[in-house]
Design a protein around this ligand. Structure first.
Ligand SMILES: [Zn+2]
Length: 219
């Protein structure tokens, strides 16, 4: 069955005769980019032309109307919409709107769930007595607030000039904790309250200091 390559143009052939003279510089003509100021959306951070593809379109539009009314007119005024409607079918338009609404509802639900989860999470700072004079401070729950535990451990280590590491919680828990050498419970609490470095954004109400005095069996 004679296979014929279809629709495939032969590789770019030699330039036409009228272009031959400029064969040393065949560079395609680059259109000078008009000086165009890109306006970035204050809600989704994308250039405002792309807001409609995100999940915050409604809020984006509100923002644009408040901050750049002239751009809002350009993109979303009745005239602008009418012009756009001319290019896509009504059906496509209503599908677009439905998709957007769906996306937004989903994003909102997710944000709410995340917030609830956060608010019901706790950071526990625990002082553990290793020996008579040696304590460690164990901080758990930071990951629930989106804190990078490795970075946090580094931060504690340099702040207290001591050892700090991320370690697996025993007994099958899914989260990790940070173990800092020495008793720095209150200092850690203060750092969280002040939102130092990677410890930003943890509500102080969700942080608790727990004393863990282990009873030592006969020594
Ligand atoms: Zn936006």
């Amino acid at each position: 069955m004679g296979k014929k390559q279809r629709g495939q143009a032969p590789p770019a052939a030699a330039p036409g005769p009228e272009e031959a003279e400029s064969s040393t510089a065949p560079a395609p003509v680059v259109e000078p980019t008009p000086p165009k100021e890109v306006v970035y959306c204050g809600v989704c951070d994308w250039p405002v032309e792309y807001c409609e593809f995100g999940s915050t379109f409604t809020k984006c539009k509100e923002w644009l109307k408040a901050e750049h009314p002239e751009l809002w007119d350009k993109y979303y005024s009745e005239d602008a919409l009418a012009a756009r409607l001319g290019t896509i079918s009504l059906e496509a338009q209503s599908k677009l709107e439905k998709d957007t609404a769906k996306k937004e509802a989903k994003a909102e639900a997710k944000a709410e769930a995340d917030m609830k989860k956060k608010m019901s999470s706790q950071v526990i700072i625990k002082r553990i007595e290793r020996t008579k004079r040696k304590h460690v401070t164990v901080i758990s729950g930071l990951d629930k607030f989106g804190v990078d535990l490795k970075k946090a451990a580094k931060q504690f280590a340099s702040k207290f000039a001591t050892g700090a590491s991320v370690s697996k919680v025993t007994a099958g828990a899914t989260d990790d904790e940070i173990v800092v050498q020495g008793d720095v419970c209150y200092e850690v609490l203060e750092m969280i309250e002040d939102g130092v470095g990677v410890l930003k954004g943890i509500p102080a109400d969700n942080v608790e200091i727990v004393e863990d005095k282990k009873k030592k069996g006969g020594d």
